[in-house]
Design a protein around this ligand. Structure first.
Ligand code: HEM
Length: 371
């Protein structure tokens, strides 16, 4: 017969409680402040561990071609859990703020040059989600993040090995989402169908006209309350620019010719899913997109929350990892974006009343494609 399970054995309580001793390996020899500092970091790493597991599962679901409808439901739940985990992680910084600057300075030198910058799991999360490597902001002394993950003598560490493994763990979630979006039926047409390029182009042109109409209405409203000619000119120029950049974005004109058609179809698919939200077959795709926005928003807020906590505890001094500290952290919150197109389409969505009509509506019924 199986031995009855005890809580303390299953959760490994004694092992867990023996891990907060810091460099002294004994928490009775360090202050309450330092034990809290270590514990919060450990809790954060555990939340990151759980988020990574969900991220990996979601990526694995989206690798399938086609992605089964039931997988979409599971992916949405996983993405939602990742979002909640990042919110928890951000909330913990409030506890860190009970540490005064002087209290922290009492043990800060011990950490040097260790830093959260060496958190392998945060890098894994960024890598697996699909943060482009070229978007990374180097640390103050221009060393790449990989250098910082190695041991001091340059040899591989558990952290650098973990991240190296993750770099080979492709595709990223972003890449699988792009592939999935690329296959999305637009006006009932899929990429493997003859005439798909023309259907997509016609949709983009019709949508751009709807967008221009929506902008025209918004401009008329803005002009009615403008104070002077200068205001009126500025407003007209602003709306004209919005209209031009919406069409250019949908056609992916900023990209080299050879990658335009693919990116353009992905962006059109995003607009299509968001615009015809009530079509039954688009219900799960829409929930996926909403989930990704919530996830990335929680990620950005986590970065911002960390930066505000850091500013409160150490001001704007240089970080133990050698970065510009708060300035570096604020830059990451501002510039690191994974699902850029998902965010970008929000600028060009329009009210339902001006949308072009859906073609082949039956294609999107619960009974599935009927044509
Ligand atoms: C008093 C508490 C803390 C201070 C003063 C602090 C300060 C900093 C600073 C200045 C940096 C920039 C890199 C550097 O130069 O070191 C940094 C990075 C980082 N910290 Fe903290 N931190 C604190 C607590 C935490 C906690 C509890 C976590 C747990 C998640 C954390 C996670 C990170 C991560 C992941 C980075 C890298 C961010 C990136 O490169 O995008 N920090 N921290």
């Amino acid at each position: 017969m199986r031995k009855p399970t005890a809580y303390w054995e299953y959760i490994k309580i004694e092992e867990l409680l023996s891990l907060q001793g810091g460099l002294e390996a004994d928490d009775r020899k360090i202050t309450n402040d330092e034990v809290m500092f270590i514990t919060i970091h450990q809790i954060e790493e555990l939340w990151l561990k759980l988020a990574l597991r969900e991220l990996e599962s979601a990526r694995n679901l989206f690798v399938q071609v086609p992605v089964p409808e039931v997988s979409l439901a599971a992916a949405v739940r996983g993405i939602h859990r990742m979002t909640e985990l990042l919110k928890f992680a951000g909330d913990h910084f409030a506890l860190m703020e009970t540490l005064t600057t002087r209290d922290y300075l009492a043990f800060r030198d011990k950490l040097n040059p260790a830093s959260g910058f060496q958190s392998a799991q945060l890098r894994e999360l960024e890598i697996l989600a699909g943060l482009p490597e070229e978007d990374r902001i180097p640390l103050g002394h221009e060393k790449s993040y990989m250098v910082m993950l190695r041991n001091h003598d340059g040899s591989a560490s558990s952290a650098s090995e973990r991240v190296e493994r993750r770099l080979e763990d492709t595709p990223t979630l972003r890449a699988t989402i792009d592939e999935w979006l690329f296959r999305t039926p637009i006006q009932g047409s899929t990429p493997d169908r003859a005439g798909d390029a023309e259907t997509v182009r016609a949709f983009i042109e019709a949508y751009s006209r709807a967008h221009a109409k929506s902008a025209e209405q918004a401009l008329a409203l803005a002009l009615s309350s403008a104070l002077n000619d200068g205001d009126r000119e500025r407003l007209a120029a602003r709306y004209q620019k919005e209209v031009a950049s919406a069409r250019s974005f949908l056609l992916a004109e900023e990209l080299p010719e050879e990658s335009r058609a693919r990116r353009s179809r992905i962006r059109a698919a995003l607009v299509f899913i968001e615009s015809y939200r009530e079509l039954p077959l688009l219900a799960w795709p829409r929930a996926v997109i909403d989930g990704l926005v919530a996830f990335e928003q929680a990620f950005v807020l986590f970065r911002q929350r960390h930066a505000r906590m850091v500013e409160r505890v150490i001001g704007r001094r240089t970080g133990t990892g050698g970065s510009a500290g708060v300035d570096y952290l604020d830059q990451t919150a501002l510039r690191y974006r994974i699902f850029r197109d998902v965010w970008a389409v929000r600028t060009l969505l329009v009210q339902q009343s001006v949308l072009p009509p859906v073609e082949h509506e039956g294609f999107y019924s619960f009974a599935g494609p009927q044509e």
